[in-house]
Design a protein around this ligand. Structure first.
Ligand SMILES: [Zn+2]
Length: 237
């Protein structure tokens, strides 16, 4: 039985522009405003429609390609600015818009399950905000349920939502952890990300095999025994 939909939960402290956006987008998360890990968005971030944004980006991207000397009448190139604009707004940066936040349903924990639940190997695709190049890898998340449990795929969708923004891995990790705390109503959450950054591999230092790990632990996961159980679980084959 679904006992609560996140859209019915009272929002925690937040203010101004995003509040108004949320009122028309039930289920949209608090944007972690005022926290050091909020995505730096302007207050007018959603005044333009998606269509208006795509048109503007298409024009600018065409200029970039022209500036690089590309022949924009070539039939292989001429559709690229429009494709890039649509991909930016609707896909890879779609998570900037609270309207794209997934619908989250929670269920009563009638099983009295009190141990950790680990969702491993969640595919992660994001983009570094310093170079706009891909960050790709795996996210592992866990929580210890109290009164409610969450549909498993929703854990993947929360990761995906915050990944679909220009990001740095540290902020992505914190945003996912904070959202899990908010949605699940527990402090006992863990997030571990192991990812590769194309801006490190394909340019700059060209370090092919470097990967970056980040983690955030809350509540019982600050206890070494519990944290080790989580780390063992994500390493097990
Ligand atoms: Zn980068």
């Amino acid at each position: 039985m679904v006992i609560s939909d996140i859209s019915n939960l009272p929002p925690t402290a937040h203010k101004d522009e995003v509040t108004e956006t949320r009122s028309t987008t039930p289920g949209a998360p608090v944007q972690q405003e005022g926290s050091s890990y909020a995505t730096p968005l302007r207050k007018d971030a959603f005044e333009l429609s998606d269509g208006e944004k795509m048109k503007t980006i298409e024009g600018h991207f065409k200029e970039i390609m022209k500036t690089l000397g590309l022949d924009m009448t070539d039939d292989s190139l001429k559709g690229t600015p429009g494709r890039v604009a649509k991909m930016f707004v609707k896909e890879i940066f779609g998570g900037l818009n609270p309207a794209s936040y997934p619908k989250i349903s929670l269920f009563e924990n009638k099983f009295q399950y009190r141990r950790m639940l680990v969702e491993r190997n969640i595919p992660l695709y994001s983009f570094c905000e310093h170079h706009f190049l891909p960050i790709y890898g795996k996210a592992h998340v866990a929580y210890i349920p109290n009164g409610k449990v969450i549909g498993l795929s929703k854990l993947n969708r929360i990761v995906d939502h915050f990944a679909r923004r220009p990001q740095v891995q540290e902020r992505l990790t914190m945003q996912i952890a904070d959202e899990l705390r908010r949605v699940l109503g527990v402090e006992d959450v863990a997030v571990y990300i192991d990812a590769q950054h194309m801006c490190v591999q394909a340019r700059g230092v060209h370090h092919d095999h470097a990967s970056t790990t980040t983690a955030e632990y809350g509540g019982k996961f600050l206890n070494e025994y519990t944290r080790n159980e989580f780390l063992q679980a994500i390493k097990a084959q």
